[in-house]
Design a protein around this ligand. Structure first.
Ligand SMILES: Nc1ncnc2c1ncn2[C@@H]1O[C@H](COP(=O)(O)OP(=O)(O)OP(=O)(O)O)[C@@H](O)[C@H]1O
Ligand SMILES: [Mg+2]
Length: 308
C-alpha cells in the first residue's frame, strides 16, 4: 500500500531525507522510528502529497504521489503532528466540519460524525478545549477516519500523552488495523513501535539505519544480554570483571541498582561460567538473568549512542 524508493528532500542546505526506501503491505502497521529531526514528518508530508520530494518516487494505494496526488488523497487519512481540531467547537461539530470539508452532504456528515464519536468514546458534549490530551488526540484520529481511508498516516500520535491516554490511542489504532486499514505511524517511542508496528524502519538523519520486525531488530543487536545484581555494592567492580570475561562486549555497571549487564554470545555457557566464577570468588548474586535486548538498547546502538 505504500512504496518509497530513494526518497529525498532538501530544504536549502539541509538534507531532511537522504534516500529512504519503504514497503508497507496492506493491513499492516509500519513504524517510522527516529529522534527529533530524523525526517519523519518530512516523509509523511511527501507520502500525503503535502510536499514534493527533491528526488526518488513514492506510491500510496497504487498511485504515484507526484503524478496522481488527487487519487492518493482520496485513499488516505492524515493525523498530523499538531492537533487540527477547533478548540471552540464540540467534538461532534468538529467531525461534522471535517466531514463537510470532505464533501459529504449534511445528513451523511451528521451520521458519520455520530458513528465516530461513539467508536472513539467522544460523546462528551463540551467544546474541544475542555478535552484532555488523550481525548483531543482521539478526536484527531476520528477526523482522519471520516472517509474510512484504506491508508492512514499518524505523525507521532501519542507524543506528550500519559500512559493511559497512550493505551487508548493504541487500542483505537489496533481496531482500525483489525478492520483492514494500513497504517504508517511515526514515533520517538520505542515501546510504541514495539507494541503497534509489524515492521519498523529506524530512521536517523534522513536515512533508514535499520529495518525489520521488532524481534529482528532486537536480535540484530547481537543476541542476548546477561544481567547480574550483586548483593554487596563493594563487590560490584569485581563482579564486573568476572562478567567481562564471559561477555561479548564491555559490561555496563549501574551503582544504584548494583547491576552488571553485558552482551553474551552463548547464553548457557556465559551463565554457567559467570555463576561458577562468582561462587569461586565468593561474590553473592541476588539475581541473574539472560534476556533479549530492549529496543532502547537497539536504538542507542544503531544511532551510535547519539540520542540528541
Ligand atoms: N520547512 C523546513 N525548512 C527547512 N528545514 C526544515 C523544514 N522542515 C524540516 N526541516 C529540517 O529537516 C529535518 C527533518 O525534519 P522533520 O520535521 O522531518 O523531522 P522529524 O523526524 O519529524 O522530527 P520531530 O520528531 O521533531 O517531529 C530537520 O533537520 C529539520 O530542521
Ligand atoms: Mg515530526
Amino acid at each position: 500500500m505504500i512504496v518509497a524508493r530513494d526518497l529525498r528532500k532538501t530544504y536549502g542546505g539541509t538534507t531532511a531525507l537522504n534516500g529512504i526506501d519503504l514497503d508497507v503491505g496492506p493491513g499492516t502497521v509500519c513504524g517510522l522510528l527516529g529522534p527529533n529531526g530524523a525526517g519523519k514528518t518530512t516523509a509523511v508530508r511527501i507520502l500525503t502529497t503535502l510536499l514534493r520530494p527533491s528526488g526518488g518516487r513514492a506510491e500510496v494505494a497504487g498511485f504515484d504521489v507526484a503524478t496522481h496526488p488527487r487519487q492518493v488523497r482520496r485513499n488516505i487519512g492524515l493525523v498530523g503532528q499538531h492537533a487540527a481540531v477547533d478548540e471552540l467547537l464540540t467534538g461532534r461539530q468538529n467531525l461534522e466540519l471535517f466531514a463537510r470539508l470532505s464533501h459529504l452532504g449534511a445528513a451523511r456528515a451528521r451520521a458519520r460524525a455520530g458513528e465516530l464519536l461513539e467508536r472513539f468514546g467522544l460523546t462528551h458534549a463540551g467544546p474541544a478545549k475542555e478535552y484532555s490530551g488523550g481525548m483531543r488526540r482521539r478526536l484527531d484520529l476520528a477526523a482522519g477516519m471520516i472517509l474510512a481511508p484504506p491508508v492512514l498516516f499518524l505523525d507521532e500520535p501519542t507524543t506528550g500523552l500519559d500512559p493511559r491516554s497512550r493505551a487508548e490511542i493504541w487500542r483505537a489504532v489496533r481496531e482500525l488495523v483489525a478492520g483492514g486499514t494500513t497504517v504508517l505511524l511515526t514515533t520517538q517511542y520505542l515501546e510504541e513501535a514495539d507494541q503497534l508496528a509489524d515492521r519498523i524502519s529506524v530512521i536517523d538523519a534522513g536515512r533508514v539505519v535499520a529495518e525489520g520486525t521488532p524481534a529482528e531488530l532486537k536480535a540484530k543487536l547481537g543476541g542476548d544480554r546477561l544481567d547480574v545484581v550483586v548483593h554487596d555494592p563493594a563487590r560490584l567492580a569485581e563482579a564486573a570483571e568476572i562478567v567481562a570475561r564471559a561477555a561479548d562486549g564491555p559490561p555496563e555497571v549501574d551503582q544504584d541498582t548494583r547491576r552488571v549487564s553485558a552482551p553474551v554470545g552463548e547464553r548457557v555457557a556465559a551463565l554457567t561460567g559467570v555463576l561458577a566464577a562468582f561462587a569461586e570468588a565468593g561474590v553473592e548474586a541476588e539475581d541473574v538473568a539472560v534476556r533479549r535486548p530492549t529496543l532502547d538498547e537497539v536504538f542507542l546502538s544503531l544511532t551510535g549512542g547519539d540520542t540528541r
